[in-house]
Design a protein around this ligand. Structure first.
Ligand SMILES: [Zn+2]
Ligand SMILES: [Zn+2]
Length: 336
């Protein structure tokens, strides 16, 4: 499958959590957690439209001001999603600055809080000095936080001591695979029309919907959507990336993670401690590298990426990834 999501851990496995995922052909990116963002270029930051915050510990939110600073002159919008209480946290951050000269700025920030049956959604407008504005209620349907034609994000609450840490599932609703050889055979010229065509297929538009296709020889032709689909594309299950961090190693959490991550093309998961330090992991409400690998295996994930390593392992930087991979491949310490 050709990738439609391009994930990158902004700060590597030892730095603050921030997973930047660029969406192919969309000029758009998603951010999962908002740790230190200084390694992102302005261009990369400006592609971000939606920011998913697992919880408001400082290592997951410290980059918010930098993001806001970059977005201040933009048309926006910028959307933030997080656990219960996140709207007040963001309001607190906004309240920490003086905003008397931004009345003409168009930026609109919305903050949606996850809640078991729903939650608040609060709007903050630059033009209104970022005071908390309109408030709506958001209805929780299967944890779905955001849905577009080409991706959706769901949240699952995990226990992180006495607070919630949200795990996120990013999915492409349906993958429309294009046969490059068929394009060449028919003389169709690849370009942005393909992205539009994929959206039309995903939306299930009527078979006769006309699609204009540019030709290699310079002019264009018009084909019915279904005829074009038959010629150049087939449908597959969409791509899935699961993001799991700051979860206590409880049986309930482990079961939830196996379920939420089932069949992921990529599982991005914290591996904070070595399994020999499981007691410490329990005290701090974090997973061990061995558990991360075991969960990836049990969920049937195709690939595994571990992060959020404790600095105590910095002298042996590859140790936690190696422990996780060993468990992922079915070796390593017995399950307990
Ligand atoms: Zn953390
Ligand atoms: Zn935390």
């Amino acid at each position: 499958m050709r990738s439609v999501f391009f994930p990158r851990l902004v700060n590597g496995p030892f730095g603050d959590p921030a997973l930047h995922i660029r969406l192919a052909h969309r000029g758009e990116a998603l951010l999962f957690d908002c740790g230190d963002l200084r390694r992102l270029t302005i261009r990369e930051m400006l592609k971000i439209r939606d920011v998913f915050i697992s919880h408001a510990h400082i290592d997951h939110l410290v980059g918010f001001d930098a993001l806001l600073r970059t977005f201040l002159y933009q048309m926006g919008p910028l959307r933030v999603y997080g656990p219960p209480g996140i709207a007040d946290r963001i309001a607190g951050r906004l309240h920490g600055y003086t905003w008397n000269l931004i009345e003409g700025y168009p930026l609109v920030l919305t903050v949606r809080e996850w809640g078991a049956s729903g939650g608040r959604e609060v709007t903050f407008r630059a033009a209104n000095a970022f005071r908390p504005g309109e408030e709506k209620t958001w209805e929780n349907r299967a944890g779905l936080l955001r849905e577009t034609d080409y991706y959706r994000v769901r949240a699952v609450p995990l226990d992180h001591g006495d607070i919630v840490s949200l795990a996120f599932i990013l999915e492409e609703p349906l993958h429309v695979a294009i046969h490059k050889d068929a394009l060449i055979r028919h003389g169709y010229s690849p370009g942005p029309w393909l992205t539009h065509f994929k959206d039309q297929v995903r939306r299930g538009l009527p078979a006769a919907t006309p699609v204009t296709v540019p030709l290699e020889r310079g002019d264009e032709t018009v084909l019915a959507l279904s005829a074009l689909q038959e010629r150049i594309a087939h449908l597959e299950r969409g791509m899935k990336i699961s993001y799991v961090t700051d979860a206590a190693p409880t049986e309930e959490n482990l079961d939830k993670i196996v379920t939420l991550a089932a069949g992921s093309h990529l599982l991005v998961i914290e591996a904070t401690f070595a399994h020999r330090d499981l007691d410490r992991a329990r005290q701090r409400n974090h997973l061990t590298a061995h558990l991360a690998g075991r969960l990836a295996r049990e969920s049937g994930a195709a690939r595994l990426l571990v992060f959020h390593h404790s600095p105590r392992y910095q002298d042996h930087p590859g140790q936690l990834a190696a422990e996780a991979l060993e468990a992922f491949s079915g070796k390593g310490k017995g399950d307990e």
